[in-house]
Write a protein that binds this ligand. Structure first.
Ligand code: NPW
Ligand code: K
Length: 486
């Protein structure tokens, strides 16, 4: 059993691949073995989470996920615990594995109750797993609500009930104010839906058990890339070794966004950082960061530079985009640049032509910006973030960084997207997106391949938030930018 952390590097497999892996494993083992292993793993984690529990509530559903719950109940009872099982299903319609486990739970003397206990020290959600086919209703929905309203930890078996294991879309996510700390123990494969959209909040801390079935010929649907390696600088390097970044944005009243991106690029290690402001009346120097070289956005020669374009650009960014798209050696497009491109077919054609000319581009939309670029709604984007990121990447010939909980980094169709596990709600403050764009710009300027540049910067950006001291003042975008070297 393995705890998944931001340092974990491994493949993520969709439901179809997981089913094939399960079938192959089940065929090679004596009947009911996998479910017995799964139940034992649940019981072990339950005992670790609540070693002194007097009451453990196990809510079991109508399929094999419920079977894992019965099996865990039997194992816990054998170890002296008093699990109380509530069952939302029909005994005579259970699949064979689950039916055998129900019998084992009965034989072990597990208590079956019609109603959940009034309180417990641990709740185990074994209602629905990868067979969830519609939103939980009535009894199941009521039990899930009760579970998440308790202060006791919730341990989800395989997948939080109601969560789509492929996409992280969920109709049953506990509301943000829910009290219970959450854990999920998932089996055979790690599933992408646990790590993006509503998956992070619903699953909480994820544990993985391969049930002794390691190794698979299946292609991953996505992957966790783990922590980026440190890139030591050679002693004989100089500022030219790390490239030039030109931030282009900062229309009237929005210079701060461009300065934040510039600061982030600087602290992330760019050799030189120019800030081309669209506001002609802006101050000629940033006294707080005199290293930033202020220029008029229209005068910068971008042919040897990485441009970071869009931060605080407002509607004025439209006028400079044709030249930026045509001339920037490498490019990060954010915010208002993306909004301008979304409504302009000529700019879209220009963007797509960059890939053909061998000029790398990274785009960093949040879901609404992504929706504008794909001509759909933000709800559509969130319903399948992996697919959306891939579509953005292939339609525009770019590396797409789809921001949000479980940021997705995608390029083309040949490479599985990466899901990023760093970051937290501390990043939900103005300007953090500008900082990310600057960090990616610095990595591109240092000649990192665009996909690696994007995923490494995204990881580091989130890592700063994850390691921000608990008692420290709130993380601001300015402070985030100054930590961009981390
Ligand atoms: N076999 C093994 O050895 C192993 C199995 N494993 C475990 O099996 C799990 C997959 O089992 P599964 O395929 O039976 O699917 P599961 O998630 O239990 O649900 C299917 C049932 O729920 C029903 N249903 C669906 N949605 C519903 C709703 N909203 N409200 C009400 N009902 C709803 C659905 O009904 P239907 O849609 O057919 O009407 C069907 O009856 C997997 O996640 C893992 O935990 C692993 O431990 C490995 C070893
Ligand atoms: K579950």
């Amino acid at each position: 059993m393995q705890r998944i952390t931001p340092a974990t590097a491994c493949g993520l497999f969709d439901i179809a691949a997981t089913r094939r892996i399960e079938q192959a494993a089940a065929a090679a083992l004596p009947p009911h073995t996998l479910m017995q292993r799964a139940g034992l793993a649940v019981a072990r984690l339950a005992m670790a989470l609540a070693p002194h529990a007097r009451t453990i509530w196990i809510a079991c559903g109508p399929g094999n996920n419920g079977g894992d719950g019965f099996e865990a109940a039997a194992q816990l009872r054998h170890r002296g615990f008093l699990p109380i099982v509530t069952f939302a299903g029909h005994e005579n319609r259970l699949p064979p594995d689950a039916s055998a486990s129900l019998q084992r739970a009965r034989d072990a003397g597990v208590i079956f109750a019609p109603e959940p206990p009034a309180s417990c020290e641990l709740a185990i959600d074994a209602l629905l797993g990868i067979g969830s086919s519609r939103p939980p209703e009535k009894l199941m929905a009521d039990w899930l609500r009760r579970m998440h309203a308790m202060a006791a930890p919730v341990l989800s078996v395989d997948v939080p009930s109601g969560l789509n294991a492929d996409t992280g879309d969920s109709s049953a996510t506990p509301h943000p104010g829910a009290l219970s700390p959450r854990f999920c123990l998932t089996f055979l494969t790690l599933k992408p839906g646990l790590f993006t959209a509503q998956g992070r909040d619903a699953a909480g801390t994820v544990w993985f058990d391969d049930l002794g079935c390691s190794g698979t010929g299946e292609a991953p649907a996505a992957r966790l890339a783990g922590a980026p390696a440190d890139a030591p600088r050679s002693h004989a390097s100089h500022k030219g070794s790390y490239g030039d970044v030109a931030v282009i944005g900062g229309a009237s009243g929005m210079a701060g966004a461009a300065l934040l991106a510039g600061s982030a690029a600087l602290h992330a290690g760019a050799g030189r950082v120019f800030v081309g402001l669209l506001d002609a009346s802006a101050a000629p120097v940033d006294l707080a960061q005199p290293e930033l070289m202020m220029r008029d956005a229209r005068s910068l020669d971008l042919s040897g530079m990485t441009a970071v374009c869009g931060c605080g650009g407002g509607a004025d960014i439209r006028a400079v985009l044709p030249r930026v798209l045509a001339t920037a050696a490498a490019l990060v497009l954010d915010a208002d640049a993306l909004n301008a491109i979304a409504v302009d077919g000529a700019l879209q054609t220009q963007l797509a032509s960059r890939a053909r000319r061998g000029r790398p581009t990274v785009i960093t939309p949040h879901p609404l910006e992504a929706a504008r670029l794909l001509n759909c709604t933000a709800t559509d984007i969130q319903a399948n973030r992996l697919v959306a990121a891939r579509q953005l990447a292939s339609r525009y010939g770019v590396v797409a960084v789809l921001k949000g909980s479980g940021t997705v980094i995608a390029e083309g169709d040949s490479t599985p997207p990466v899901l990023n596990l760093t970051g937290n709600a501390r990043l939900a403050t103005a300007g953090t997106g500008d900082v990310l764009a600057g960090m990616i710009g610095a990595a591109l300027a240092a000649q990192r391949p665009p996909f690696e540049a994007a995923r490494e910067a995204v990881w580091r950006h989130g890592h700063i938030a994850d390691t921000w001291p608990a008692g420290a003042p709130p993380l601001t975008a300015g402070a985030l930018a100054r930590q961009a070297h981390c």
